[in-house]
Write a protein that binds this ligand. Structure first.
Ligand code: GLN
Length: 537
């Protein structure tokens, strides 16, 4: 039997310390050492998944190939590891309770009283071990969302305690991520909050094996000694995680600190090779030493929280590095774009990206941004709602269908160039009911998309309800916008382009989810190339 090792990552002191990045960096190093690794995130909220959450709550909703709507940390896992994740990689309290309650209704508990311990904790333990039981992974890293001490995290910490006991310390360990604040007035780094959070963890019966300490300043050996003494860890197991210029520096920082080595030591595992990070470091070198610069306008309605567009901004970084180009984003709120000011707000950009979204807020601004890019021959990239807006703008301003719209925003519109798929018409529940996950698409040879991908058959991830209305396809194509990608089975339009424009591409799917450090997404690479060309005009 495959002896999978388990690493649990907990967080203390405060949220937003970057557990996801630490988990992904450790996984990257272990992967470079020849181990197969995956990462899982347990989210303690009651929503079944983040699909129904407003992006202002937790940022972007990430989508996997198997159609799971997940936490944005899974995006980091994929970008770092270059391997796909799935529904099993993200579990929420809602999902745990849902399965326990479903079992109760089926009578599976044989008349027993159903309780947090053991029934909820058993379900959590089962979900943690699902990935290990596939036999595909040497090491599974499980990130426990939230902060130790939160009421909602308690069943998770208890499940970790049980698993540590059942599996033994050579098979399961805990990394606790904490903050070492710097008090400017005292000129000192303070360890007390870490001591308290470790104490809190210990009250639940869990002792950390490794402490990873977020800090703005170097942590001295003295401080490490102190932390080791108070927190029951060895001094070598106190790892500094100093603020980095970019998240992509963190694997190298963790390598220098020896996080991967101490983890392997605890597991009695011998590394097959030293981490080289060759491609990674080449990406970093180009990212940090750009020879060119472009400015891209990103038009969206959630721009107050930039995490809402995490995968898009990361895809810019990957594609930018491949061209040794710094991509500066000009964040433009779609609601702020008006017929009076759009030219002024968009002036000077080398590319326009109209972002995904839902509902009618800011729609007119998005349409104006498309018009600006189309008329001024500025490279344009429309993603999902952005593609739908490109079709609407073209129908309105080129075909002269002034009332063209999407039935999402105007259910009785006369020219629904974007409308609901038939299969969606009867859907009433919001959660998990969109067209989700990976779908095939066939590209037209010689199109911009085909040139970018260098292949005719692609598969990309979706998250939407509305579609290009094929009743308008002929009219639209006659006027110069072409459908250059379609689903081979359903005929649904996946990609539209305007061949007479320098680079105008709209995609119904979300290419940003599949961009990784090792494999920048071809459409982002092509878009940045077009923007670079535009910047030299
Ligand atoms: N609101 C649109 C739809 O449901 C687009 C969704 C998106 O941009 N992800 O079709």
């Amino acid at each position: 039997m495959h002896n999978t090792k388990y690493v649990f990552v907990t967080g203390g002191v405060t949220s937003s310390l970057g557990k996801g990045i630490i988990a992904a960096s450790l996984a990257k190093l272990l992967q470079e050492r020849g181990f197969s690794v995956t990462i899982q995130k347990l989210d303690p909220y009651i929503n079944i998944d983040p699909g129904t959450l407003n992006p202002y709550e937790h940022g972007e909703c990430y989508v996997t190939d198997d159609g799971a709507e997940t936490d944005l940390d899974l995006g980091h896992y994929e970008r770092f590891l270059n391997i796909p994740t799935s529904q099993a990689n993200n579990v929420t309290t809602g999902r745990i309770y849902q399965s326990v309650i479903n079992k109760e209704r089926k009578g599976e508990f044989l008349g027993k009283t159903v309780q947090v311990i053991p029934h909820i904790t058993d379900e959590i333990k089962h979900r943690i071990q699902i990935l290990g039981e596939t036999g595909d992974y040497d090491i599974v890293i499980t990130e426990i969302g939230g902060t130790v001490g939160d009421i909602e995290s308690l069943p998770y910490v208890e499940s970790v305690r049980q698993l540590l006991w059942e599996k033994g310390h050579e098979n399961a360990i805990v990394i606790h991520l904490t903050l070492i604040p710097y008090l400017a007035a005292a000129g000192e780094l303070k360890t007390k909050p870490t001591q308290h959070s470790v104490k809190m963890l210990m009250q639940s019966g869990v002792s950390p094996d490794i402490l990873v300490c977020r800090t703005e300043h170097q942590i001295s050996e003295d401080i490490k000694r102190k932390l080791a003494l108070f927190c029951n860890v060895k001094q070598e197991d106190v790892i500094q995680s100093i603020d980095a210029e970019t998240i992509y520096d963190v694997p190298n920082l963790m390598l220098d600190e020896g996080l991967d080595t101490v983890v392997l030591k605890k597991f009695n595992l011998v590394s097959k090779q030293e981490p080289k990070l060759t491609v990674w470091n080449e990406f970093l070198r180009k990212h940090k030493n750009p020879k060119h610069e472009v400015e891209i306008a990103l038009i969206g309605k959630y721009i107050e929280l930039q995490d809402s567009y995490k995968s898009i901004t990361e895809a810019f970084i990957h594609a930018g590095s491949s061209h040794e180009t710094k991509v500066n984003v000009r964040w433009i709120h779609s609601e702020s774009l008006t017929p009076e000011n759009f030219e002024e707000l968009l002036k000077g950009v080398n590319g326009v990206l109209v972002a995904p979204g839902f509902g009618d807020r800011g729609i007119d601004g998005k349409i104006k941004a498309v018009q600006y890019a189309r008329e001024n021959k500025i490279p344009f990239f429309g993603i999902c709602l952005g593609m739908q807006m490109a079709v609407i703008e073209f129908a309105k301003n080129v075909l002269g269908l002034v009332d063209a719209f999407s039935t999402e925003m105007k259910s009785d519109c006369k020219n629904p160039v974007i409308n609901l798929m038939e299969s969606q018409e009867k859907v009433t529940e919001k959660g998990g009911t969109m067209r989700l996950g990976a779908w095939d698409c066939t590209l037209v040879k010689g199109s911009r998309a085909h040139n970018a991908y260098q292949t005719e058959n692609i598969s990309e991830r979706h998250r939407h309800r509305y579609e290009f209305n094929n009743e308008y396809l002929n009219q639209i194509e006659l006027k110069g916008m072409k459908a250059t990608g379609t689903n081979p089975k359903t005929g649904l339009v996946e990609v539209v382009e305007i061949p007479s424009h320098p680079w105008f591409v709209g995609v119904q799917y979300h290419p940003e989810y599949k961009s990784t450090v090792l494999k920048p997404h071809p459409l982002f690479v092509a878009f940045i190339k077009a923007a670079l060309k535009q910047s030299n005009v």
